[in-house]
Ligand binder design. Sequence first.
Ligand code: NDP
Length: 454
Amino acid sequence: MKVINPATEEVISVLTSDTAATVASKVEALRAGQKAWQNLGVKQRLDIIEKFGELVLKNKADLAQVLTSETGKPITQSLNEINGSLGRIQHLKTNAEKWLAQEIITPDDATRELIAYEPLGVIANISAWNFPYNVGYNVFLYALVAGNAVLYKPSEYASLTGLKFKSLLQEAGVPENVFEVVIGTGAVGQLLLEADLDGYFFTGSYQTGVHIAKTVAHKLVPVQLELGGKDPLYVMDDVADIRQAAINAAEGAFYNNGQSCCAVERIYVQEGIYEDFVKHFTEEVKSYLLGDPIEDRTFIGPLTRPQQLAVISDQIADAVAKGAQLVLGGERLSRKGYYMSPAVLTGVNHSMELMKEESFGPVIGIQKVSSDEEATSLMQDMSYGLTAAVFSANEDRAKKVLDQMNVGTVYWNCCDRVSPNVPWSGRKNSGLGATLSYMGIRAFTQPKAYHWRG
Ligand code: NDP
């Protein structure tokens, strides 16, 4: 399998894909290794994961280069991701023992009733390329701490990073038969669906998520899906600083080239401040440095996958044909690499794909609204349910809108943000189940009820 640098279109590595036979032998090895890992106890597993975090920190410059070379993520954003994701390890260190401990429900009764949280066994972690540290850790680190063995399938666009995870986990003390990596495209991922595994934890698109859930349904094992979004942001006319609101909104839309599951994908602005907001927003986007992702100052690099360029161009063409104005960007650069200048469209509405389908790239539509009611109704008009945000000086007003959203996460005066302290979950087409918080570690366990009469 060829690994291509999206900034240069050069082949930077050639990896050997897994086959049905190698997948089967990896599953067999993990099955053999899982029990001893479980018996090690939470404390020792946490010590090993903490060591892994130290190794990541020590090697972060090299790891960031690898991530940038295979995904095109600007180097400062690669470093941010690596540094930021270490918070998950601290979070586990602080809480995992408590959350995995046996709970005594009726200590004083003749029959004591207890709950034990046992690992699921050997689980599949099929992951996305856009934030491999964040979305990877959410699954494989929490699963390992809970006592599971993990078969990790990185996206074909983040395979070198996936292999780094394996070598650093092993160096930290995770046995070889407790964490394994499967290399290959979606067809290789398909082999995992046919393997004997005790849970499927997937991050990726709605289409693949549904396919996975359907394919493994007969196994009756846990399936968790972290899928896409079409996340709205509503800017009310009482914001304290319109320019600052525009700067924050632009970052939410264009960070990592818009390739975030919780990127701002649609903006609604109240009519009184609409013109001002669009002016500041456009100025901000114009100031973004587009170019080689290896340069420190670059904010927008190439897209990771070339096929997304056509998706975005089509959304722009559809919107313009239906009356939208392309005020900025949307052009392919005449250089090697999958570059597109960040695009801003105004005069958009919900007849346009741009406002309904996930873009997952450097494009945004800004729509004028006249009231909170109109904004609420437009924000709710989506098949996804990942996040929704409101910028306003008035908490009650913002909360009234956000309370009506059928989404897993709501933001007041912030956006495009994930924290290990609270669950990360999608509703509707954005997924099933939750990672992070105590829910995100319990997700990798199964309860056993004890009825104990001494
Ligand atoms: P895909 O669904 O295309 O791929 C995700 C993973 O599934 C990859 O590892 C892929 O392998 C693998 N895969 C593909 N086909 C199969 C199959 N038949 N059986 C098993 N595995 C398969 O997602 P994208 O790469 O397009 O990722 C972007 C999507 O992920 C966006 O929709 C984004 O919003 C979402 N996402 C959601 C997050 C969340 O937390 N909610 C976080 C991050 C992203 P390969 O890549 O090698 O083809």
